[in-house]
Design a protein around this ligand. Structure first.
Ligand SMILES: [Zn+2]
Length: 498
């Protein structure tokens, strides 16, 4: 594809093509915690709830702390799950839900710096770091706490290998590292913060290739200079720097793409970004009967405990619960939690079924309207009083917040029924029997955690890998410690057995 930006010819990124069994370049240790501590989303990460900057600080400071745990705890409370109180052995709260972080559920110890009363150093440093990142600087302030004192280690962040596509001058979702040597094309898989982090109006390091919807969001939300934005249509092959590139629908959030690279020597790489694998992908002409050499895989839920139901089943459940509730209490406000983008089909289905408009604040409305989906745009309204269906940030959906929110609506509503749609709410004991999900109720606020995921379930990952049978798989999520990587690779090995 012709770029408007003049770029001097350059050699491909100097990368090793030889990868070990864990998908790491030969010569680096596959058991050490790798690179920069900058690991992609721990779940429906999807940006807003996660604070990767804090995570990297925690990683640097570690004394015998798992970087994965540190990263997780640095990510903020959105990464928690509501689990049934009974599972926690708290019989007195039977029927209720309690908040547990994923790592607590997995039995991984909370790093010291994130314990209550630890002096808040990690949090303070996090703020320092965020400002740095917001400023688009290439150097970050790191702090060595092993010496018991703050000591700035001002050095550039290094782009980890798994964000570089070997044999090409391309990177994927690598905007936090400033100018990457040899990179002539910065691909963005989708518009979630843990992937676009580092992009701002000051971006000037090279062309950004993304879907056209993502391109619109880059301009609108981040004021990225249009000169650097190169929108690509889905299912269209482009020739970029001598590499054939095609973006496929990732079945994740609007505009999310799986990126297919075919090099001139025939090698083929597939980077899933964040995706939810589905049968439709199995019939895509680029994937059907074409060997993929390396698959960069969104392994968010590569754990057999995450066998959550199809999205459609969860949407049906949400709609049914809403109807039942409104029958009993017609003046109930229905709230759906969402990231800045994603989960649209949950509130759209409620809106269609109840025949009511969707209230969202001005900035969300602007984003949703930019999708160019008439069915959604036509249902948006600007007055919270005039719709019983509101979309609010997922992180806002807590009892105390919703209780206060209800008060602001001048007694128009008497109760709130809220849904937190994320795969992290999936519980093995409930499985696919959605009717077993117990809400958390306090006063007139009821919150349902529903396993609506825009990432692949364990079984969908398995089916996708078995279908694709790539030569090599590089996990891109949950790779912050060796144990986690080894566990995932054990499953992958099993799936790829002849
Ligand atoms: Zn995402």
């Amino acid at each position: 594809m012709d770029s408007e930006i003049a770029i001097a010819p350059h050699d491909p990124l100097p990368l090793s093509h030889e990868l070990d069994e864990n998908g790491f370049p030969i010569g680096s240790s596959s058991t050490d915690d790798d690179d920069d501590g900058d690991y992609e989303g721990y779940g429906d990460g999807d940006g807003e709830g996660r604070d990767v900057e804090d995570a990297a600080i925690a990683d640097e400071s570690s004394d015998a702390v798992s970087t994965f745990a540190a990263d997780f705890y640095g990510s903020g409370t959105d990464w928690s799950s509501l689990v049934a109180a009974e599972e926690e052995g708290r019989k007195e709260k039977k029927g209720g839900l309690v908040q547990r972080s994923l790592l607590q559920m997995w039995g991984i110890k909370k790093p010291k710096e994130y314990e209550e009363g630890s002096g808040g150093m990690a949090r303070n440093l996090g703020r320092k770091r965020r400002r740095s990142a917001m400023g688009g600087e290439e150097h970050v302030d790191r702090v060595d706490r092993r010496k018991g004192q703050e000591m700035k280690l001002d050095r550039p962040r290094v782009c980890p290998f798994y964000k570089k596509i070997p044999g090409t001058p391309f990177t994927v979702d690598a905007f936090r590292y400033g100018q990457i040597e040899g990179c002539l094309g910065y691909f963005l898989s989708h518009f979630h913060h843990d992937h676009y982090g580092g992009l701002s109006k000051r971006w000037s390091h090279g062309p950004i290739y993304c879907s056209s919807l993502t391109a619109r969001l880059l301009k609108m939300c981040l004021s990225v200079n249009s000169l650097y934005i190169c929108p690509l249509e889905l299912d269209t092959e482009y020739d970029i720097e001598g590499v054939k590139v095609t973006m496929l629908d990732a079945n994740h959030c609007p505009g999310a793409a799986v990126i297919h690279f075919r090099l001139s020597d025939g090698r083929t790489y597939l980077h899933t970004g964040d995706f939810r694998a589905c049968k439709l992908m199995h019939s895509h002409p680029l994937l059907l009967n074409h060997r993929i050499n390396v698959l960069y895989l969104d392994t968010t839920y590569l754990n057999p405990k995450y066998r959550f139901p199809p999205k459609e089943d969860v949407v049906d459940f949400v709609v049914k619960k809403t109807h039942n509730c409104l029958k009993k209490q017609p003046r109930t406000l229905v709230v759906v939690g969402a990231y800045s983008i994603g989960k649209e089909n949950v509130y759209l289905a409620i809106s269609q079924s109840l025949e009511v408009p969707i209230y969202a604040n001005a900035s969300r409305r602007r984003i949703l309207q930019s999708f160019g989906w008439p069915e959604l745009s036509g249902r948006l309204c600007s007055s919270g009083q005039s719709s019983p269906l509101h979309v609010l940030p997922l992180s806002f959906l807590r009892h105390e917040n919703l209780k206060e929110y209800l008060k602001t609506l001048n007694k128009r509503f008497t109760a709130i029924l809220a849904f937190r749609p994320t795969g992290w709410t999936f519980s093995e004991s409930t499985g696919n029997q959605l009717d077993l999900i117990k809400p958390s109720t306090k006063g007139n606020v009821t919150i349902y955690g529903v396993p609506y995921s825009e990432h692949s379930s364990f079984t969908e990952l398995r089916d996708f890998v078995k279908f694709l049978r790539p030569e090599k798989i590089i996990p891109t999520v949950n790779i912050g410690n060796a144990a986690s990587r080894d566990k995932m690779q054990a499953y992958i090995r099993e799936w790829l057995k002849v």
